[in-house]
Every structure is written in structure tokens, then in C-alpha cells.
Write a protein that binds this ligand. Structure first.
Ligand SMILES: [Zn+2]
Length: 260
């Protein structure tokens, strides 16, 4: 898409556009000079101003070649470029959380609150030096502390590093912190490789390459013991007791309520 001239940014859904100034049409005629990311935001660089897109849970991107003009049922926004394919952002499901932002040059918008992302010196520094006392699973998913990671990668990273999801950063020694950095690098590299091997775009449900995430009850790929979970309202944390907690079963409020 690089080098294309933006000729349209068409809202297809009432709540998708999160900014009102500058208006999208103020960017028409500008050249797409970079597609990058910050945390979970995809950034379209337009020679100073940028468009940020957050796909949330159900957001997907279609490259439309040739460009289309239909109004798809689940569309969020369509970016049109002169003599290039169009880019359609759409969203499955009913949560309506995917969004986009038009940002003036230098405006970080929603990214101004983000913590460092894996792969950056800031992330390495944070993991090596932080005395954060919260659960590590929470820390890695808190976008203001660490940006870019979600539940799936967090489960897999902690399993690979053999760290309990309930451990705190403060409790980890230097060697364990290095293992956590290495596990983060390796899990994200594997994930990227798996995603790049896909053909035909993202399926409705992604995450088919997770090692432990969402695999509660299956054998741990490392030791063969059953994977366990801790359930919350909206998600669950999957872990291996033998590999990560010294055999300890972590308290699962939902399970103990059922048992009672
Ligand atoms: Zn295991």
C-alpha cells in the first residue's frame, strides 16, 4: 500500500471514529508513507498526520483488490487510495469496540498512556528493574504498563518462562527476569511466524496456535500434566501447575463456588 494517495476514509459505523478534529477529509491527497504499530494500534503514516486503528477483539482487515464500494454489514471504516486496493476494517460480533483515530502531527492520542512494548529497550528495562507487586499476568496485560500483549500471549509467555501467573515481578530474581524476556521474544516470534503463514486472512476466531492459552484440560506440551485454569468473568488464565507453580493449584473462585 505504501506510496498510495489517500482519497477516502469512509466511516461505515456510527461509533467507530473516536476523534472529530482533524476531520478525515483533511488527510485526503496525502501519501501513505508508513504502516507501523504502537501497542495494539495499527498506524497509517501520512506525512505527519496519522490514522490509528484498534481492532479490539473482533476487528479484522480486508485488502479489497479491486476496491469495492458496497457497504458491508460489519464494516467500521474503509480507506480508499488512488490506483490501489482499498483497506476495509470490519468487526465481527456485537461488542463494537474496534475504532479509529485521526491524529494531527505529533498527537499521540490514545497512545500517550501506553507503556513500553516488547522488543523495545523500555520493555527490557521494565522487566529487569520493576518492583511491581501486582500479579505478573495483570502487569503484562495492563496496556499502561506494558503495551501490545493480550491474554493469549501472556499465558504462553508465562508458561514458556515457567513463571506463575500469580507471581509478582518484585518476587523474580535477575535470572528469572532474563528468562521472562527471552520467553517473550520467543513466543512473539513464533506467533508472528504462525500469523505470517496464514493465507486468506484471519478467521473469525484466532489463536489456533496457542501453546497453553484456552487449552485447559489438555496435557501440558512440556510435561504432560493437565493444564489448569483460573476463571474470571470475561476470560480465563491457563497454566501448568507442574511447570509454573511448583505443583500448586491456584485459587479459582468460580470453581470453589461450584464446589460449595
Ligand atoms: Zn507442564
Amino acid at each position: 500500500m505504501g506510496g498510495g494517495t489517500l482519497v477516502g476514509a469512509d466511516p461505515l459505523q456510527f461509533s467507530g471514529l473516536k476523534t472529530f478534529d482533524p476531520p478525515p477529509d483533511s488527510l485526503y491527497g496525502r501519501t501513505l508513507d508508513a504502516v507501523t504499530f504502537r501497542g495494539k494500534y495499527v498506524l497509517l503514516g501520512l506525512g505527519g498526520p496519522r490514522i490509528a486503528v484498534h481492532l479490539s477483539q473482533g476487528g479484522r482487515v480486508d485488502v479489497e483488490d479491486p476496491p469495492r464500494s458496497s457497504k458491508p454489514k460489519f464494516g467500521v471504516v474503509r480507506f480508499r487510495f488512488a490506483d490501489r486496493p482499498s483497506v476495509l476494517v470490519k468487526e465481527f460480533g456485537t461488542e463494537r469496540k474496534a475504532g479509529w483515530w485521526v491524529l494531527a502531527e505529533g498527537d499521540e492520542g490514545p497512545m500517550s498512556v501506553l507503556g513500553p512494548q516488547p522488543g523495545s529497550p523500555g520493555f527490557d528495562e521494565l522487566i529487569r528493574t520493576s518492583d511491581d507487586n501486582r500479579r505478573i499476568h495483570t502487569v503484562l496485560r495492563d496496556q499502561r504498563t506494558v503495551s501490545g500483549l493480550g491474554r493469549g500471549y501472556t499465558d504462553d509467555i508465562l508458561h514458556r518462562a515457567r513463571v506463575s501467573p500469580f507471581a509478582s515481578l518484585r518476587s523474580l530474581d535477575a535470572a528469572k527476569r532474563d528468562e521472562l524476556l527471552e520467553a517473550t521474544r520467543a513466543v512473539l516470534a513464533d506467533g508472528l511466524e504462525a500469523e505470517r503463514a496464514r493465507t486468506g486472512g484471519l478467521p473469525t476466531k484466532i489463536g489456533d496456535h496457542w501453546v497453553v492459552h484456552n487449552r485447559y484440560g489438555e496435557p501440558c506440551p512440556e510435561c504432560g500434566d493437565d493444564l489448569r485454569r483460573v476463571s474470571y468473568e470475561s476470560h480465563e488464565v491457563t497454566y501448568c501447575p507442574r511447570c509454573q507453580t511448583g505443583g500448586k493449584i491456584l485459587a479459582d473462585r468460580r470453581m470453589s463456588r461450584l464446589v460449595r
